[in-house]
Design a protein around this ligand. Sequence first.
Ligand code: HEM
Length: 141
Amino acid sequence: MSLFVTFWVALGATVALLGVDLYTGLTGKRAAHVASVLLTVVGLVTAIVLAVKLGSDVTFHPGIQLVHRTLARSVVVLLLPIAASGGLILLRDSARARPFHRRAAFVLVAVAVAALITGVWMYGTAAPRRALADAPAAASR
Ligand code: HEM
């Protein structure tokens, strides 16, 4: 499988797993919820590593790249309070942590979808590095 296809499979699986996280959380299937969340984190890390590798061959529009990077980093940062509140629900059955966990989870999914959309936009408008490097030489011919 090419790097490009592996990346899209990892990304698609991560988005699908976020849906499974919401479903298992809302229906109270604890063991399945924790397992799907762990798989989501593995998928997310895999997608990020592959995205960085793919990005080394192309040049992105700086504005779109800034928006996408901010959203993608926010997804990773949002995982921290979600994991902390999830841990409080698991270990202490905290009633206060539950609504926070649910709201933060919905924000995370919304930000992840926005990161996905801007990521597709960013790759769709990217230029190959080689083509950019060759452009001045081609123009002077
Ligand atoms: C380390 C990470 C996480 C842990 C330890 C964790 C743990 C938990 C636990 C123990 C519950 C209560 C389930 C029950 O009712 O028995 C829960 C609920 C829930 N979780 Fe998570 N979770 C984590 C991450 C996530 C993520 C990434 C999402 C979605 C993107 C998510 C979405 C939800 C939702 C929507 C609920 C239902 C909240 C409610 O009942 O109002 N969780 N989680």
